[in-house]
Write a protein that binds this ligand. Structure first.
Ligand code: PRX
Length: 574
């Protein structure tokens, strides 16, 4: 497909980074330390940078957050409001004995209290984490147990899932309820917030101190806690400025949930560190609702994901025509491959292309991107952010020539690089080889330095932009009373990128049926997550295994897609 050549004189506002190549050549992180504010002795706090520093300027009364509730309610909160509320929350946490390094988790939909708690936690020096509101009991238990979370902030509805597992979590000392008084053992958020002071002395942290952690899926084993540091704010700030091109008068909407890294780095820290007015929508996706929000809030910069764009395409151009979307000036996309058709569709319907960018939970910030003034090659993720060296390496860690496929690798370190995998130093080390950080993605670089995504090197599934480990789904499937063994793969899907497909064999006495299929889907939704259930289930007499008993997902996938099945020499039965 043809390149989209940029004409800077056509931009509505001058981009923050006017020349990518020149900036890349000259760039050094230490020339940009002043983009964020430091306390004496090279200490910092990411929440201070996001909120409190803005209140020392005219931005004090600027709207930081437009909350759009799923029931049609809405609210506006200035930087000063968020400062006061997060200070209060930090005081409440202190009241309940929160110390630096404690894990305080949030299990809430996208409502004001999620943002206030997140910032308040960080102000105390504790480690914040969000749990996606679709998580079921097993997913919650794994994450809360592994992290040793001490306090959980939730609401009366989601709390019901926590009640089912609380007995198994000895380290979880307090559950806080944001929308009613809760039981005697629970903390009443509203009551405590009313009593709490607005003044709080923010903890001054070392750049390498932990800020937040997020669980993410690998190909084997349970999800791992990826730990990020306060220093990440520097990269989140600068990428927000140069990749998302955020400017003073923008109204910004990041559609990602803070249960995923995009919703934290570019839904909380990056935008507010730039003093941005952000829109947050609590409810579910619908083309009409999304367009009406852009129209209502006059959104200018929009950061979303390919599945959502494909769903908008699917709904049709006519739907878009019913809304005034003229306010939009800059569009970005992340999380899964952005197909060229989606870019061309956006050009036709919004008069603007989507700018694809690439990163991961582990990288904490954008590493490869398309920039406002750089030509877009539809289908390419773009070029490395200034200060980032990306390359394609072979399995021995040697760089591959231009145009050749291989492992996408990044030269460490960079400010938002993960600091640790929670309580798993070996897993952390396994990401690095011969001085490279190995992303797990396969890609190639063309002769102009653009990177092209090819696929995952492992079995990780990306469905509707969400990262799911097959092992996590399999381990819940085999808890179902009818199932003996299960293998899970990602099956290509035109809208969702991939869907989860499960192959299962049944215990004696159980027969395949559509009722059983529905029952299994419900079981996974309840125990794992509403979004992580297999949309397709295939019953098999038995599943292909290696001689050591490992289910061969690759073979299942090859069989399912009618691809060559490759080397089966280790197969148990041939
Ligand atoms: O496989 C890549 C895919 O998403 C993975 C990271 O997922 P997660 O940790 O959930 O973070 C997503 C949001 C930052 C990557 O290893 N991915 C991410 N962006 C792209 C992508 N695949 C293709 N194109 C992208 N732009």
């Amino acid at each position: 497909m043809n390149e989209i050549i940029r004409k800077p004189n056509k931009f509505r506002v001058k981009p923050n980074m006017e020349n990518y190549e020149e900036t890349y050549k000259k760039f050094e992180w230490n020339n940009f330390y002043d983009e964020i504010e430091w306390f004496e002795g090279e200490k910092l706090n990411a929440a201070y940078n996001a909120i409190d520093r803005q209140t020392k300027t005219w931005r004090k009364d600027k709207v930081a957050l437009y909350c759009e509730g799923s029931n049609g309610t809405s609210g506006e909160y200035s930087f000063l409001d968020l400062q006061n509320l997060s200070n209060k929350f930090a005081n409440v946490l202190k009241e309940y004995g929160t110390q630096r390094g404690d894990r305080v988790f949030i299990f809430l939909p996208r409502i004001l209290e999620l943002y206030v708690s997140f910032l308040g936690i960080i102000k105390t020096g504790a480690i914040a984490s969000n749990l996606f509101s679709a998580f079921g009991t097993n997913a919650l238990e794994d994450r809360l147990r592994d992290s040793g979370a001490r306090i959980l902030v939730t609401n009366s509805e989601l709390k019901k899932r926590v009640d089912e597992i609380k007995d198994k979590l000895p380290e979880l000392k307090h559950v806080m309820i944001v929308d009613d008084e809760g039981t005697d053992e629970e903390i009443d958020y509203m009551g405590e917030m009313k009593k709490a002071s607005r003044d709080f002395e923010i903890e001054q942290m070392h750049p390498g101190d932990p800020l937040f952690m997020l669980y993410t899926s690998g190909t084997t084993g349970k999800p791992k806690g990826i730990v990020h540091t306060h220093y990440a704010i520097l990269q989140e700030h600068l990428t927000m400025k140069w990749v998302l091109d955020i400017q003073e008068d923008d109204i910004y909407w990041c559609t990602a949930d803070p249960g995923w890294v995009t919703g934290i780095a570019y839904g909380i820290l990056g935008p507010w560190s730039n003093g941005t007015s952000s829109v947050v929508y609590e409810g579910k996706f619908s083309p009409e609702k999304w367009y009406s929000l852009i129209e209502k809030r006059r959104v200018t910069v929009w950061y979303t994901a390919p599945t959502a764009i494909r769903m908008l395409m699917h709904a049709g151009e006519e739907v878009a025509k019913n809304y005034d979307l003229e306010s939009l000036r800059y569009l970005c996309s992340v999380g899964e491959p952005l197909n060229p058709e989606a870019i061309h569709w956006a050009l036709k319907v919004f008069g603007l292309p989507f700018h694809d960018n690439w990163w991961q939970t582990e990288t904490g910030g954008i590493l490869i991107a398309n920039y406002p003034t750089m030509s877009i090659k539809p289908g390419s993720m773009g070029k490395p952010f200034p200060g980032i060296r990306a390359s394609i390496i072979d399995d021995d860690g040697n760089e591959r020539p231009v145009g050749k496929e291989g492992n996408l690798a990044i030269k460490p370190p960079w400010p938002s690089m993960m600091k640790a995998v929670w309580r798993d130093a070996e897993k952390y080390r396994s990401y690095f080889k011969k001085g490279w950080y190995i992303t797990g993605d396969m890609a190639r670089m063309d002769d102009e330095g653009y990177f092209w995504f090819i696929g995952r090197a492992d079995d990780i599934i990306k469905t509707a932009g969400e990262r799911i480990g097959p092992f996590e789904v399999e381990s819940v499937l085999v808890e179902h009373p009818a199932i003996v063994e299960a293998g899970v793969i990602g099956k290509p899907d035109l809208v969702r990128g991939e869907i989860i497909k499960a192959f299962v064999s049944l215990k004696k006495g159980y027969q395949p049926s559509t009722e059983l299929e529905d029952d299994i889907k419900q079981f996974i939704k309840k125990r794992l997550a509403g979004h992580a259930y297999p949309r397709e289930i295939e019953f098999r007499e038995s599943l292909p295994k290696t001689q050591s008993g490992k289910i061969m997902r690759r073979l299942l996938k090859a069989q399912d897609l009618g691809l060559p099945i490759g080397d089966t020499s280790t197969l148990e039965e041939r």
